[in-house]
Design a protein around this ligand. Structure first.
Ligand SMILES: [Zn+2]
Length: 399
């Protein structure tokens, strides 16, 4: 299949065309679910089928590297209370835990499917999915089993909060997370994550849990420095985390630690090993909190990703275009930086080089915009600009 008449092709490959590797008047050939060729439209090879982009922009599909999709119930009332002045403390997570434990498998599966399809319609072709609303051995394992039906990037987040029944004995809960819960979860997970925050898990508990996950082969991610300053970011760097997420309250030492990971970050096989700062502006929007300082991170040389943090409490959006618009307007990212962070940045945060980029051999995951340029994603906020999505080379929808 040939995608032809592309006015602006964002490739995210190095070389001419700036950080987005933009090519004009381009065409792209898809074969067996992969990008087979990219070049000037006038040199396009023959193909069985053709998509005419009609001068529009074509981008890699969005890579949403942080989402909590396995849950039951909603917390609209909590949102309304927050908008009326109540602060966000993270305590509402337990509300969702109760509803999730009570839900049947098919109810959880239907929610994940609905949100996965909602994200796909908005251009998200890769999405990470966390557990973390079960918090029992059986409920965490089933959450990950269901997540794995929809994503290759599943994350064990048994250490989301200490559930109410363990409130006065958090050491016992950490022991269970590292023992039977991890054993049940690991076969269905690629990653392990911890909410390292006051009111959730302290640095010693977080380090112990992440180390147990690493010992059984899971990659490390951390919810860090969301609600206040703390040790989460530096713990993530210490453990070689693929990503530290939120990064709303950072010290100079935190920024320096992240920047230090981008030096010599390519290992022998060319993979990136830096620790990415994944910013989740939907959370600040939905909790009416100050946004993270993306400009400071970028200027220090830190690799930045954008993700939705889609969850029923603090950020109930699945829209990467919304996050791009917020990042540009509220976090002083340029549109090019925000689009890179929502595609290639997300791929780095998942340590993947087959998505978030359009080059021969990459997955044919791409978006045709209803616009001539990637700039429109921030310039026209709230407007449905995703005309067509291809995932593994297969057209998904046409709106
Ligand atoms: Zn999260």
């Amino acid at each position: 299949m040939l995608v032809d008449n592309i006015g602006e092709l964002v490739t995210n490959t190095d070389g001419a065309g700036g950080p987005l590797g933009i090519r004009r008047d381009a065409a792209l050939l898809v074969e067996d679910g992969q990008v087979a060729w990219i070049g000037p439209a006038r040199d396009a090879p023959a193909a069985d089928r053709r998509i005419d982009a009609d001068g529009a922009a074509v981008l890699p599909g969005f890579v949403d590297s942080h989402a909590h999709l396995v849950f039951a119930g909603d917390r609209a009332a909590e949102f309304a209370a927050r908008m009326a002045g109540q602060p966000y403390t993270g305590g509402g997570i337990r509300t969702t835990v109760g509803a999730t434990r009570a839900a049947a498998d098919d109810e959880l599966r239907a929610t994940v499917r609905r949100l996965r399809e909602e994200a796909l319609r908005q251009g998200t072709t890769t999405i990470e999915i966390k557990s973390g609303y079960g918090l029992t051995v059986a409920d965490e394992a089933r959450s990950l089993r269901i997540a794995a039906e929809f994503s290759e990037d599943t994350t064990f987040l048994g250490a989301h909060v200490v559930p109410a029944e363990y409130a006065d004995r958090p050491d016992d809960y950490v022991g269970m997370v590292c023992g039977p819960m991890l054993a049940a979860a690991a076969p269905h997970a690629r990653w392990i994550d911890v909410f390292c925050e006051r009111g959730a898990f302290d640095v010693d508990h977080a380090r112990a849990i992440l180390a147990c996950g690493q010992a059984v082969g899971l990659g490390v991610r951390v919810h860090a420095n969301q609600l206040g300053p703390g040790p989460g970011v530096q713990l993530g760097v210490e453990l070689g985390a693929a990503s530290v997420d939120h990064c709303t309250h950072l010290s100079d030492a935190d920024v320096d630690a992240l920047a230090s990971t981008t030096i010599g970050c390519m290992c022998a096989d060319g993979r990136h090993t830096s620790t990415v700062a994944t910013l989740l502006p939907g959370a600040e929007f939905s909790t009416r909190s100050p946004y993270p300082d993306a400009r400071r991170l970028l200027d220090a040389g830190v690799t930045v990703a954008l993700a939705t943090d889609c969850n029923p409490g603090s950020s109930y959006t699945s829209s990467m275009p919304f996050c791009i618009a917020l990042a540009v307007r509220e976090m002083r990212m340029t549109p090019a930086e925000a689009v890179w962070a929502a595609t290639a940045g997300g791929a780095r945060a998942l340590r993947r080089d087959d998505v978030g980029v359009l080059r021969p051999g990459a997955r044919a995951d791409l978006i045709v915009l209803d616009a001539p340029s990637h700039l429109h994603l921030a310039y026209r906020p709230g407007v449905p600009l995703i005309r067509q999505v291809l995932q593994n080379g297969v057209p998904q929808c046409r709106s």
